[in-house]
Design a protein. Structure first.
Length: 394
């Protein structure tokens, strides 16, 4: 963890920090005021309803500490008036942001949101802690609920907006692909966002949308090489911004298309996020991915798919069964997929949690295998990496 001048997590507080006591689903920042003071915080924004001890902090009582956090970020970035590119979508947001930043930072000074700080909390913290007045800003903007995007564009209004993909993510709160596309389309701010670029795979959701004053463009690539669509987006933006930027090959963010080569085999980790579309895309890569031994799939269940989650997991089995030789599935929602794959003659193992995978990995995986690891963050599939390393290095 990295300490921060502005923090909502008491573990990240440093000397002189400002702490925001946010009330969340699982905990309440007001419970951690003492820890924030001990770590060095000097001031804390707390709810007007808080009646507890100050623990030596200067307490500022406000209606909503989150609103203050967002307003402070809005004021900071607004005072510099940068050119803002906002990136949203159901997946490939972080990779697209990284690709754009890598390309344009070769020519101009660029700020990008660190990691995946793209939420109503993460985005303002990124601006307050890391933005240094760079004239070009690339912001990843993620949503989970209706109304989330409105909060984000109040903080920073994009001059150019990018929608990477639309897929079955956050169906628990957004219910349908059309609703997901509609909410993400709110990244366009009337009178400010001059261009909206959408990936070719989701242009159907936006061709009937009316964004007065905003020109809609499509990006993609006939070249199916990984990230070639980002190259196309870079080229289109370079023309638009009159910057002679070129796509620069880059290493994907950790746990996103992360490739690890071993003496005889290969491991591909993509275990930060997953939905049915990304699962299918990831495993289609198996058809052309060079391999020496068996193709092995380690699958974790997908999060936030709503009441039909079990059925959506089972449906994947029809697409995946020709693409691998042996599979390991983690999580209750994959039980139906396992049963179907077994009826199709596949060797498949099911476990409830990632901890149960360790003995199976050492028993069943060979150092000549090509192993694909894919699942949502909730599965903690990154924990298999050191176990696979031991097997593959033999």
């Amino acid at each position: 963890m990295t300490s921060a001048k502005y923090a909502v997590d008491s573990r990240l507080v440093q000397k002189g920090s400002v702490f925001f006591a946010l009330k969340g689903v699982k905990t309440d920042g007001h419970f951690y005021l003492k820890e924030a003071f001990v770590k060095g915080a000097k001031r804390a924004y707390v709810s007007k309803s808080y009646t507890g001890d100050s623990f030596g902090l200067e307490l500022i009582y406000v209606e909503d500490p989150l609103a203050i956090l967002q307003e402070m970020a809005q004021t900071k970035i607004g005072s510099h008036k940068p050119f803002i590119i906002g990136v949203t979508g159901s997946y490939a947001k972080t990779t697209t942001k990284e690709g754009l930043a890598q390309a344009f930072s070769e020519k101009v000074s660029v700020f990008k949101t660190p990691g995946n700080q793209n939420s109503q909390v993460g985005l303002p913290l990124a601006i307050l802690n890391s933005y240094q007045g760079e004239p070009y800003v690339i912001l990843e903007m993620g949503i989970e609920n209706p109304g989330d995007m409105e909060q984000l564009v109040r903080i920073a209004k994009p001059d150019v907006a990018v929608v990477t993909r639309i897929a079955e993510a956050h169906l628990e709160t957004l219910y349908s692909l059309e609703k997901i596309a509609y909410e993400k389309g709110k990244i366009v701010v009337p009178g400010i966002t001059r261009y909206l670029f959408v990936h070719a795979s989701c242009q159907e959701y936006y061709k009937e949308q009316n964004y007065p004053g905003t020109q809609i463009g499509v990006y993609d690539s006939m070249d199916k090489e990984l990230f070639s669509d980002i190259r196309d987006l870079v080229q289109k933006l370079a023309v638009l911004l009159a910057i002679s930027a070129d796509f620069v090959p880059f290493d994907p963010p950790k746990w996103r298309f992360e490739k690890k080569e071993y003496p005889y085999g290969t491991v591909m980790l993509d275990c930060y996020n997953a939905n049915p579309s990304t699962m299918r895309f990831f495993f289609r890569m198996l058809q052309t991915f060079p391999h020496k031994g068996r193709k092995v799939a380690i699958l974790g269940q997908m999060a936030a798919l709503g009441p039909d989650a079990y059925e959506k997991h089972t449906e994947l089995a029809h697409d995946l069964h020709p693409l691998f030789d042996i599979a390991f599935c983690v999580g209750q929602n994959l039980k139906g997929a396992v049963a179907l794959l077994q009826t199709l003659g596949k060797q498949v193992f099911w476990v409830q949690s990632v901890e149960e995978l360790m003995p199976l990995i050492f028993q069943e995986i060979k150092n000549t295998d090509t192993v694909f690891v894919k699942g949502s963050n909730i599965n903690r599939l990154w924990e298999v990496e050191p176990w696979l390393c031991q097997v593959m290095d033999i």
